[in-house]
Design a protein around this ligand. Sequence first.
Ligand code: NAP
Length: 249
Amino acid sequence: MLTYHQRTALVTGAGRGIGKAIAETLARQGVTVICVSKSADSCGATAAALIAAGGKAKALAVDVADGAAIAQAAESLLAEFPKIDILVNNAGITRDGLLFRMSDADWNDVIATNLSSCFHWTKYLARPMTRARWGRIVNITSVSGIMGNAGQANYSAAKAGMIGLTKTLAREFAGRSVTVNAVAPGFIKTDMTTEFVNQPEIAAKVLEAVPLKRFGEAADVANLAAYLCSEEAGYITGQVFAVDGGMAM
Ligand code: NAP
């Protein structure tokens, strides 16, 4: 049993997939979860399900690619909640293509959504954590940010950037007992991966690179993320943990 002391968490990309699983896992532990996603329907459905299951949750539609929208959302949240103790930067998109065919828009959208969003959320929510001398920040990166992946220059750069951000902020906030860690999923069954998970030939090819020879579940990532948000993980900071069936070892 892990300890959470009635904390409040904000999870981005909580409408679906890994973010939803993280929100569910934290809510089951008594954490109040602010569920952020792009569409109000998506985060609204997650928050309603958490509440229906006996948890505490709030839905908030924010386009995390928009720094000004994050600033506004953070300001109103910090007026409503006495403190937000846990931040999980999970929202992400892919816009894959080989470099010579990658448009500026595909580059900029992925950097803004996957990387700049972490800068903006952390800038606003980490200050009260440092004042309270307790906080947990978990950034959901990817094995693509560790190994690189042909066709994902934008995504790999954003995810590698999250790792640099994680290590730097871990050093900046360590004196205030705010930990910052990254989780790097491999191939996890979510909407992001349906196009190859559900095609047997492509799936078999992809799994050649996975020692455990299967795709991961969103819960596999959520369990580690939730642990890193717990009281018990207080001596772990600046680390990157792969949840990838052994792919990036
Ligand atoms: P997913 O099923 O596609 O869900 C993505 C979530 O992010 C959705 O809730 C979506 O909101 C939200 N989101 C996307 N753009 C947003 C924006 N501009 N503003 C606010 N919210 C936004 O993705 P997933 O597979 O769970 O991936 C979650 C994270 O894990 C991502 O960062 C991804 O890069 C990373 N990851 C995934 C895998 C994998 O195999 N699945 C592997 C490595 C890393 P809506 O619901 O409103 O659309």
